[in-house]
Design a protein around this ligand. Structure first.
Ligand code: PLP
Length: 396
């Protein structure tokens, strides 16, 4: 990695400069997009280890655009090293694959991205004999109680998708380390602008770059940040041999999007708080879940560990039936109905009452709810769009 000289500079400066710079060959002031899938071999290639990730041989072993981005994300997350893969889920499964073996035990949050639930509660458990326990990690006593002698990893998500649950990263890191376990934190909802799990004691920050870091809804990627001694294993086992390599073009797009991460996050934080406060005043809204609201059950922990704001995602319920939820979405003119989150534009998704994980959610979520990813548009326009849609169903 080059450009280490940026390390003492601020978050905004590093978002602009780290991993970028003048291209030595052409003098261009932006590092180029390198679409080659192979790199020239040394004079005597017979000594080359084809599974090595130390040298750029073949883009699955390592490529320049991936490496520029790794340098920036490691810096923004405050970690020693970073591995970038093709999606957030590739990063999560790549970390689990590299760190776990049969007979190990994993504790993971009851509120996580769906693929984490699928990977740990079904695939790793049933195919590879990894023991797993689902725990409400907002409850520190429950985390302590779930520890076993073979607990290798605790994986949490804070804020958790989709209920915005908050877990205390610092305290869970202590519990993990007192018991010789590692802590990984999915930092997708907060982004490193708002929260840096490694500085709070976690061993790994994992995230979907598809969301806030890219921020423009046009690329997929995932990152694992942590100590080099662990990430060397992730690189060797999960990058080179599982092969979920990010394309150079996606890495380049995410590099470009990430330049404005802090500016976008400021607007997401502001807009989401204002939208959450507005929704609290609406008579047809049954609940609003947002860690920035004082009535969030773990607002104090969110304040402690989220430095600049609470992110752009919130969830809320309606005092209405299933069909009304769909009709409200159909009335929206600005906000788009789509999964994903953290894009420049506002996105909404209706998560129905039949979700198989309802039993893990707090009760107010059981009749269906919206997850709203508040974009960076003008606050008044987002609120006006929600108002007119709710009004049409007599919910205002
Ligand atoms: C979207 C998401 C993921 C998965 O990321 P992809 O890039 O879609 O694979 C993981 N964790 C959280 C919290 C997410 O929101």
């Amino acid at each position: 990695m080059s450009n280490k000289n940026y390390e003492n500079l601020g978050f905004l400066t590093r978002s602009v400069h780290t991993g970028n710079g003048v291209d030595k060959e052409t003098g261009a002031i932006q590092k180029p997009l390198t679409l080659a899938n192979s790199y020239e071999l040394p004079y005597d290639p017979s000594e080359v280890n084809w599974s090595s990730a130390d040298k750029n041989l073949y883009t699955r072993n390592g490529g320049t655009n991936q490496q520029y981005l790794q340098e920036k994300i490691a810096s923004l997350e405050g970690g020693e090293d970073c591995v970038i893969l093709a999606s957030g889920v590739a990063a999560l499964s790549g970390l689990f694959f590299a760190m776990l073996k049969s007979g190990d035990h994993v504790i993971f949050s009851s509120i996580t991205y769906i693929a984490v639930y699928r990977l740990l509660n079904e695939l790793f458990k049933n195919k590879f004999g990894v023991e797993t326990t689902i725990v409400n990690t907002s409850d520190l006593e429950a985390v302590k109680k779930a520890i076993r002698p073979n607990t290798k990893l605790i994986h949490i998500e804070s804020p958790g998708n989709p209920t915005l649950s908050i877990s205390d990263i610092e305290e869970i890191a202590k519990i993990a380390h007192e018991n010789n376990a590692l802590l990984s934190v999915d930092n997708t909802f907060a982004s490193p602008f708002n929260q840096r799990p490694i500085e709070l004691g976690a061993d790994f920050a994992v995230e979907s770059l598809t969301k806030y870091i890219n921020g423009h809804g046009d690329a997929m990627g995932g990152a694992i940040v942590g100590k080099k001694k662990y990430l060397d294993i992730v690189r060797a086992e999960s990058q080179v041999n599982l092969g979920a390599t990010i394309s150079p073009f996606n890495a380049w797009l995410i590099m470009r999007g990430s330049v404005t991460l802090p500016l976008r996050m400021r607007q997401h934080n502001k807009n989401a708080l204002e939208v959450a406060k507005f929704l609290k005043t609406v008579k047809g809204v049954s609940f609003v879940a947002y860690p920035g609201l004082e009535d969030h059950p773990n607002h104090d922990i969110a304040v402690k560990q989220m430095e600049n704001g609470f992110g752009g995602v919130l969830s809320f319920g309606l005092k209405a039936d299933h069909d009304t939820y769909n009709r409200v979405v159909s009335h929206l003119q600005l906000i788009t109905s789509a999964v994903s989150l953290g894009h420049d534009e506002s996105l909404i998704v209706f998560l129905g009452e039949n979700d198989e994980r309802q039993y893990l959610y707090p009760e107010e979520f059981h009749n269906g709810f919206f997850r709203l990813s508040v974009g960076i548009e003008d606050t008044e326009d987002i609120i006006a769009d929600l108002k007119q849609a709710l009004e049409k169903e007599n919910l205002l």
